[in-house]
Write a protein that binds this ligand. Structure first.
Ligand code: CA
Length: 693
């Protein structure tokens, strides 16, 4: 097979420059389909889920249940300019690659953390008004042959030379006029790289994925997840089939179905599985007024990897109306079921049911609740469809439903250990009251943000809810084998190893190691800042490391509310770091400040005008709450405005909000606002400050 010319050129140049490193070059791992298909030694962490299987299982066992209590910090890197860090680093032959804030890509020595190179794609410059949609985070990157692939939040897919960080090619994968962003991870297979995007809550958009030639960036194929306007003709037979399941003039609303996270390549069947998103808008009565399943929302869809042609689908939530997208990770595992080894696919989407699917046929093997599910009582094994609870579609007014739009499981990746046969699944128990009372479904127009058409209020005051746990789930028996409660609700993804271990970072800043077989806590380490990223493990020169990015982030810390604010991970108060552990690691981690709860500042001269505050509230909900938090209660992603000295000063506030004074730091510019509207915002924010007795 011919290697792309750039690899040949690069290798020659590198060999000339490095000379004595020739021997290393000979033994360097070729990251290709063969490498990504196998379990390997575990030395490398080659892909988001370590390899094609997405199992996040490592065969390394130097660190194990007997000695894990001896883990200490081997090295760390302070990341003072980073904020939300939720990504999975990759390790290839002793070099660790990861993305920081605004997709700044770095390569460091995996044994010391020493920086090799950094590539800044200048996201703030490129994003324009789409900065308003951003939560400033990325879940990770891909590696194929000699290149690292990153998808920037503003929608570019960029191939970077793994040796020096120089750009090989860059493609814009979205129409910059549409409210689409990328937080997800490009996936690679057979000289192709595939990426989706997100944005169903931001406006009328139609989900799709695009596959590109990994060497050139040329588009190979694109596949839409929902049908467009029939008058324009359908792209393929699958879209014609899907259109039969929609009613009314759905295309005017885009339909949704974005693929913002779960994409898994299966080398055994040469297919790509997509996990598709929720409807746009959420309310089916608006987007498809006479009902219908609305394919391919909230589904697993199998596509031919070569051509992008539809193979099969399984829809987890037909006629979606609760934001129950199926974007969660898709794990491949061979399971003993019914006396044979079944090539299965494991999926725990937001809707609270754990699905085991025969990935050869797309047929449901089993689906059982892994969390409280009051919208449906069961999955009918005959039809594979949920048995919905009457009233769950809030057709008779407000309905309290579990799970909430946060899901019983979000993108925080689960892991699967073939030794224990268990899936390690971070789960949440949060409810919400859904209602479309007062929404005229015939004339509905979307506000700036929140393309929902449904009112949603989280159930936050019930001591029994808004909890979370780590569940060790037996996918064959469909039951929890062990379960441990977790702090808050926003806990990170898991890693499991042949050392009979499960590692998980938590909302309270602890990285914890459990015995994989029974859930006993064997080791914990306080990292001094909320953790939202999953750990990885790798080995260099025979020494095993465990590495994790530390930086409270993603949607919940952005949207705020007490669910996030309860931990006291205030904006820029606590350290952001890349921390790596090894047995007998002896590096001292500098102490972190204790949890900090921003206190509203005094502004005795600022007298709140309630009418202005009310007007400002509507603007705040549409433009500000997505980063500064509902009710101006920051969850840690952005400053808590109740504590901001900028807010009481009209001049300073106008300079930031209308003038864009802090745009270089990522604060969007709202030049369309009048000074009167900015003033209304000030009054709204100050009205959220509790008055002194
Ligand atoms: Ca959604």
């Amino acid at each position: 097979m011919l290697r792309p010319a750039w690899i040949v050129v690069m290798t020659v140049v590198a060999m000339a420059l490095l000379g004595c490193a020739d021997a290393d070059r000979e033994t360097a791992t070729l990251v290709d389909a063969a490498a990504l298909a196998e379990q390997g030694s575990g030395d490398n962490w080659l892909a988001y889920g370590r390899n094609f299987s997405e199992q996040r299982y490592s065969p390394l066992a130097q660190v194990n249940e007997e000695n894990v209590s001896g883990l200490g910090v081997a090295w760390f890197v302070d990341l003072p300019n980073d904020r939300s860090l939720v990504g999975t680093p990759l390790v290839v032959d002793g070099v660790l690659y990861y993305e920081g804030s605004y997709n700044v890509l770095r390569a460091v020595d995996a044994t010391t953390g020493e920086l090799r190179w950094e590539h800044d794609p200048q996201v703030i410059e490129t994003a324009g008004d789409r900065l308003r949609l951003f939560w400033d985070y990325s879940r990770g990157i891909a590696f194929w042959k000699g290149a690292v692939y990153q998808a920037t939040m503003d929608g570019r897919l960029i191939a970077v030379d793994a040796r020096d960080g120089s750009v090989l090619w860059s493609q814009m994968t979205v129409d910059p006029e549409l409210p689409l962003v990328i937080t997800g991870v490009p996936k690679v297979f057979k000289d192709k790289v595939i990426i989706g995007n997100g944005g169903t809550e931001f406006g009328p958009i139609r989900g799709y994925v695009t596959a590109y030639d990994a060497a050139t960036g040329e588009q190979a194929w694109r596949w839409y997840t929902v049908p467009g306007n029939p008058a324009d003709g359908f792209e393929n037979e699958a879209m014609a089939m899907a259109a039969e399941t929609w009613t009314g003039e759905w295309w005017k609303y885009g339909g949704g179905g974005t693929v913002w996270n779960g994409i898994t390549y299966d080398p055994e069947f040469d297919v790509v599985y997509l996990g598709t998103g929720n409807g746009a808008p959420w309310n089916r009565r608006i987007r498809s007024p006479d009902g219908g399943d609305n394919l391919f929302l909230c589904s697993i869809v199998a596509l031919d990897a070569e051509t992008g042609e539809y193979r099969w689908h399984y829809q987890t939530t037909p006629g979606e109306a609760w934001d129950y997208n199926s974007n969660m990770d898709i794990v491949l595992a061979d399971l003993p079921i019914g006396g044979r080894q079944v090539k299965a696919l494991l999926h725990a989407p937001k809707n609270g049911f754990f699905y085991v699917i025969d990935r050869e046929t797309g047929r449901l093997i089993s689906g059982e609740p892994y969390a409280r599910t009051t919208w449906a009582s069961a999955i009918d094994p005959g039809t594979g469809r949920p048995v919905e609870v009457p009233g769950a579609r809030y057709e008779e007014g407000g309905a309290e439903i579990y799970p909430s739009p946060w899901g019983a499981h979000s993108w925080h990746a689960m892991s699967y250990n073939p030794e224990t046969g268990l899936v390690y699944l971070p789960t949440m128990d949060i409810g919400a009251v859904y209602s479309d009372s007062g929404v005229d479904i015939k004339t509905w127009e979307s506000p700036d943000w929140a393309f929902l058409g449904t009112g949603v209020e989280l159930v936050l005051d019930d001591a029994e809810t808004s909890t979370s746990s780590l569940k060790a789930w037996d996918p064959v028996e469909q039951r929890a084998v062990w379960e441990v409660p977790l702090p808050g609700v926003w806990n990170a993804g898991t890693l499991t190893t042949a050392g009979n271990l499960v590692f998980q970072g938590r909302a309270d800043g602890r990285l914890v190691a459990y015995r994989a077989s029974d859930g006993e806590v064997l080791w914990r380490f306080d990292l001094g800042s909320g953790i939202s990223a999953p750990p990885i493990t790798y080995a260099v020169d025979g020494r095993q490391y465990v590495s994790i990015l530390v930086g409270w982030g993603a949607a919940m810390p952005a949207l705020g509310t007490s669910l996030s604010a309860q931990h006291g991970w205030a904006y820029r108060v606590h350290p952001r770091r890349l921390v790596t552990f090894a047995l007998d690691g002896e590096v001292e981690l500098p102490a972190s400040p204790p949890p900090f709860f921003p206190q509203p500042i005094d502004a005795p001269d600022f007298v709140v005008d309630s009418a202005l505050a009310a007007a400002g509230g509507a603007i705040f909900d549409g433009k500000c709450s997505i980063c500064h938090g509902f009710g101006a209660v920051s969850g840690g992603s952005a400053p808590d405005l109740r504590a901001s000295p900028v807010v009481p000063s009209h001049e300073a506030f106008v300079e930031v909000v209308i003038g864009g004074a802090r745009r270089p730091m990522g604060m969007p510019q709202f030049s369309e606002l009048s000074e009167i509207q900015a003033g209304a915002l000030q009054h709204y924010i100050r009205a959220q400050v509790p008055s002194k007795p």
